[in-house]
Design a protein around this ligand. Structure first.
Ligand SMILES: [Fe+2]
Length: 184
């Protein structure tokens, strides 16, 4: 079992605004992700709920090294890189499976062609959620902002519009996750 707060404490100053944003957002994502796990399990589907709990708390750990002043990130890297950075941070701690959740949670995942087309400063490779645990966390994350931590989940149509801004493929992947995981 991974002590997620000990890991967050390695990189985030306790009591800081940034820690509050990270932990507040991550708890909201975790709560929804766990609710999805419970429902899947009640239908007899296999899902590693403990892993989801840990990885959902750590999925955004990389934001600390990015530059996003609105959410107190005073690092130097572009915000879009926070997933890949989180992957590197967790791999250094030996958490290879959790690390993949970081890299694969942005948007509805990012396909190599989408990264290239958008000109994102990311390696040209697929960063798509694959395992059911990766997909649950990616999906739940879309409903919660970091600029308004604590707000209720975003309306579905707002999330879908945002996905469309990444491209049709992104929206199609989100809609597939919605069909599989929606709690409503
Ligand atoms: Fe997130």
């Amino acid at each position: 079992m991974v002590d997620v707060y000990a890991i967050i404490g390695k990189f985030y100053e306790h009591g800081s605004d940034l820690e509050r944003v990270l932990v507040g957002h991550s708890r909201q994502v975790t709560d929804m992700a766990i609710a999805i796990c419970e429902r899947l399990k009640s239908r007899g589907e296999a899902v590693d709920e403990q892993f989801v709990r840990e990885a959902a708390m750590l999925h955004d750990i990389g934001i600390v090294r990015t530059n996003a002043r609105g959410i107190y990130c005073v690092g130097t890297e572009p915000y879009i890189c926070h997933g890949m950075i989180g992957r590197q941070m967790l791999e250094e701690l030996g958490l290879f499976r959790h690390a993949l959740v970081c890299e694969r949670h942005t948007g509805a995942g990012l396909a190599r062609e989408e990264i290239e087309r958008a000109g994102f400063p990311l390696p040209h490779r697929d960063m798509l959620p694959i395992s059911i645990e990766e997909r649950i966390i990616c999906y739940a994350d879309k409903f919660f902002s970091k600029t308004h931590v604590g707000e209720p989940p975003k309306p579905l149509e707002r999330v879908r519009q945002k996905m469309l801004s990444y491209g049709e493929g992104s929206l199609a992947r989100f809609d597939a996750m919605h069909a599989e995981f929606s709690l409503s």
